[in-house]
Structure formats: C-alpha cells, structure tokens
Design a protein around this ligand. Structure first.
Ligand code: AMP
Ligand code: ZN
Length: 473
C-alpha cells in the first residue's frame, strides 16, 4: 500500500517516496536534556515511533538518527533567553555534563517504558563540534555567514526564500522574531541567527571549544543539520519534530543545510501537534509538567498512555486530562481482556490469507497519513470478525509490531493471573470434560463449540503443559 504523508513543506498529503528506493533516511530532533521529558515531548516520540515502525512494517529499511541537545539551546528557541542546559545545572548544583548524562538516561528509560524504539544512531551535540565548525566555515566561505561582534551569524537575506513552512509574510516573521527583549544589534537582518557564539552573555558558560573564531560554543540549529548530514548524507527523506520546532529551528536547519549543500536537502517534514493541558501547551520551561514516572507513581501503565496517544491523529493537538486518560485505560484494559479470551481458544493454526484479510484495513489506516485511531478501530473490527481465534491472534500480533502496546503479553499475563478454578459450576466442568474427550478424538469443531459454550458461561479455557486449565473470564 502506498504510504501517504502530510508534508508540512508543501502543505499537502503526498505519496512518500524515498530518495533511494527501499531505504528511508529519517532524522528526529532529540530532547534537550536539562530536565525530564514530559509526556507532551513523548507524544511526539510515540507518533514518530509509529511512523518508523509502520515504514519498517511495509518492508522499507529505515535508517534513523537522533541528536541529543546538550549545548546551545536557549529558552527562546532563538538567540535570546537563558541557556537551558546551564539553567538545569544551576537548578541542581551540578555540571552541565552531569545534567546531560542524567536526563539522557532518564529519557531513554521513559522511551523503554513506552515501547519507543531507540534510533540506530543517537548523537549528543557536544560529540560533533568539529563537524559544526567545518560546516560553519564553508557557510562563511560561500558568503552565507558573517562575523559580527565576535559571533558568527547566518545571513538569511542571501536566500531566495527563507521561511518555507507557512504563509507567513516577511513582516509577520520580523514580528515573531522581534519579540526579543534584548534585540541583538549585530544581526544584519531580523531573521539572521547565531551559528557560533564567542561572546557568551552567560558569565558562567561552562562548555567552550576552540574554533577559528575564538573560544566559544555552537548555536542550537546547526547541530541537527550537521548530525543529519554526517550520518544520513546529503538527501534526507524525512525530518520529524514537534510542531513548535517548525519555526525557527527547522526553518533555520533548511536555510543552513541547503546553503551548505547547494541543493534541496529534506523532502518531507513530519510535525506532531502538541499535547496540551488546561493551561495550553505542556512545556518543560513552565515547570509544571507530567512525566512518565509520575504516571507510574499514580498507578498508570505507561502503555495505557501510549494507547491514549494513538487514539488521536498526530496532526491534531491532544488535550490531556486524567479523565481522558482514565477513559483510555478502560478501553485498553477491555481490549486486553478480549484478546486474553482468544488465547485459550487458539489452536495455533493461522491461515496466512485469512490473516492478511484482517490486516487490510489496518494497513489502509496507517498508509493514510498514519491514522492511528483508525488503525485501532481496524484492530477492534478484527476482534469482532468471524475469523478463527488463531487467525485473530496472528493478525493482532502483526498489528502490534507497529502499535507496540504489548497486547498479547498483557493478555497472557491476565490469563495467568486469573482467579482460581474453585466454585466452578458442575455444568461447566462437565463441558470441560466433554471437550477434553472431543480433542482426544480430534473433533476440533466440537471442541471449539464446547469451548464457546464454556466461554458464554463466563469461563475461559487454557491449554498448558500441565493440561487444560479453567478460569473465570
Ligand atoms: P525539547 O526537549 O524541548 O527539545 O523537545 C523535544 C521534542 O518534543 C521536540 O520535538 C518538541 O517539538 C516536542 N514537544 C515539545 N513540547 C511538546 C508538546 N507539548 N506536545 C508534543 N510535543 C512537544
Ligand atoms: Zn533539531
């Protein structure tokens, strides 16, 4: 099935066609590791994870790279405000590198809990300073960057078109950038941005490197262009991030990458919309945010949060409330309970053509701009269908290779922890005996019929190595 994705660059849904047939080069803006990731950040990574896994499901080979921002990101996302890493270090009386190590580890623990696959390449910005210096030097040579007041700036006036994502006019953009309180008078144009700082406004700037322009540190935007080009080459198929990254971060990434390469860089931009709480966008800088650990402390399974996220489309903002999460928990548990009932009824024989039939609408949903809520509906429909339990289980297993909700392991665990078989009505036990006999006779149709009658009386049957086990449904 042809994957279609909404491309923020062209403002339309398009066929996704990788530059090299069969292989996808995918880049993801990683976290700024000055604090825990909040569940909003993780919504973006969950959606990107589904995208990656769906592409792999369709047979594409995905090379995915992610940076870790441990230097250069200021609180404005532009060139003003506090240094995020420095503020984290101050908050906790630690060094920037200690903060970076701690929160990078915490980020991947959260990803593990949410079944978000770690990209093949994960690179901290501070590991790639030489690459940044090389690209900045070329940008200066090519006339796209200039030195002023000790810093190196990208000259946006040298581009035919600077803002590629939206319908902003130059005026609007200048206003967006003019929000700065401490406007930088070194800039030739409002939209110019820093590639390298040698004049830090932070007295206690911890991390500095030698460069042709003096001791200093990189701006935020240059890291993603350089790390992407270093590991994925000159042609990027897809670049992901939250929608807040589109401007200025991704806009500046395009500007500097294309100026450096002299040709188009990334074909498709995938932007995930925000998780909001009642005060608007959930954000680390506001200080009040929810983490995976907090959800766990409150007794939520992190995968129920994943399920909650999959219930809405990635291009719509998602409202978080405990009430909404609780509704998702109920639906997730119901789904697991229904799957658990299939397990004892499965004879393990799944006809491939039957399985494929159940997968069609699932595939269609995801091929249509990663419509996860429709994919979940397809899963529910598969459960309701008249396919055999073995076919249903095989289809669910394949769907879950993308959804990553651990549906079958959870269903199995539910079975294992079901109530003991005390107080089972005699009629039920009788049917169990009859079924045993039918199986011995290899009369599986009768055995299945008897199992259905047992199920309708509120019990499920499990075949184990020790023999048949019966539990309350
Ligand atoms: P940061 O750690 O701030 O660099 O952000 C990491 C990722 O989370 C980026 O792709 C952001 O665009 C994304 N992000 C930030 N806030 C939210 C939110 N409330 N909902 C969804 N994604 C977000
Ligand atoms: Zn980035």
């Amino acid at each position: 099935m042809q994957l279609q994705l909404y491309n923020t660059l062209t403002h339309k849904k398009e066929d996704f066609v990788p530059y090299t047939p069969g292989t996808v080069n995918m880049y993801t803006c990683g976290p700024t590791v000055y604090h825990y990731a909040h569940i909003g950040n993780l919504r973006s990574y969950i959606c990107e994870d589904i995208l990656e896994k769906y592409m792999a499901y369709t047979g594409l080979k995905v090379n995915r790279v992610m940076n870790i921002t441990d230097v250069g990101h200021l609180s404005s996302d532009g060139d003003t405000g506090d240094d995020k890493m420095l503020s984290g270090a101050k908050r906790e009386h630690k060094t920037v590198m200690e903060i970076a190590d701690f929160y990078t580890k915490a980020f991947f623990e959260d990803c593990d809990a949410l079944n978000i696959k770690k990209p093949e390449v994960v690179k901290p910005a501070t590991d790639c300073i030489d690459d940044f210096i090389k690209v900045i030097s070329t940008l200066i040579e090519k006339g796209f960057a200039y030195e002023a007041g000790g810093n190196i700036y990208f000259d946006t006036s040298k581009l035919d078109e600077y803002y590629k994502f939206g319908d902003f006019s130059g005026e609007d953009l200048a206003v967006a950038v003019r929000d700065d309180v401490d406007e930088d008078t070194n800039k030739r144009n409002k939209t110019d941005f820093v590639l390298w700082f040698t004049k830090s406004k932070f007295d206690d700037q911890e991390l500095k490197w030698e460069s042709p322009w003096g001791l200093g540190y990189p701006g935020w935007h240059i890291e993603c262009s350089c790390i992407s080009m270093k590991f994925l080459g000159e042609h990027l198929d897809i670049h992901c991030g939250g929608v807040d990254n589109a401007f200025p971060h991704h806009t500046n990434e395009i500007a500097q990458s294309e100026a450096y390469l002299g040709h188009k860089w990334c074909n498709c931009w995938f932007h995930v919309h925000h998780l909001n709480n009642k005060n608007g966008k959930m954000s680390k800088s506001k200080g009040e945010f929810l983490t995976v650990s907090l959800l766990k402390e409150k007794g939520y399974d992190p995968l129920a949060y994943r399920f909650f996220c999959l219930g809405s489309h990635y291009r719509k903002s998602l409202e978080f409330s405990y009430e909404n999460l609780d509704n998702a928990v109920t639906a997730y548990n119901r789904l697991i309970a229904r799957i658990s009932k299939l397990i004892p009824r499965s004879d393990g024989k799944a006809d491939e053509a039957e399985v494929e039939k159940l997968l069609t609408s699932f595939d269609e949903a995801l091929a249509n701009d990663i419509n996860t809520s429709l994919a979940i509906t397809a899963l529910m429909d598969a459960l309701k269908s008249d396919a055999s339990p073995a076919v249903k289980l095989a289809a669910i297993e394949r769907m879950d290779s993308v959804l990553s909700l651990d549906l079958i392991p959870h269903a199995q665990a539910l079975l294992n922890t079901a109530e003991s078989t005390d107080d089972i009505p005699a009629e039920v036990l009788e049917l169990v005996e009859q079924r045993k006999a039918a199986r011995k006779e290899k009369n599986f149709a009768l055995a299945d019929e008897l199992r259905d009658r047992i199920t309708s009386m509120g019990y499920v049957i499990e075949e184990t190595r020790e023999g048949t086990k019966l539990k309350k449904a």
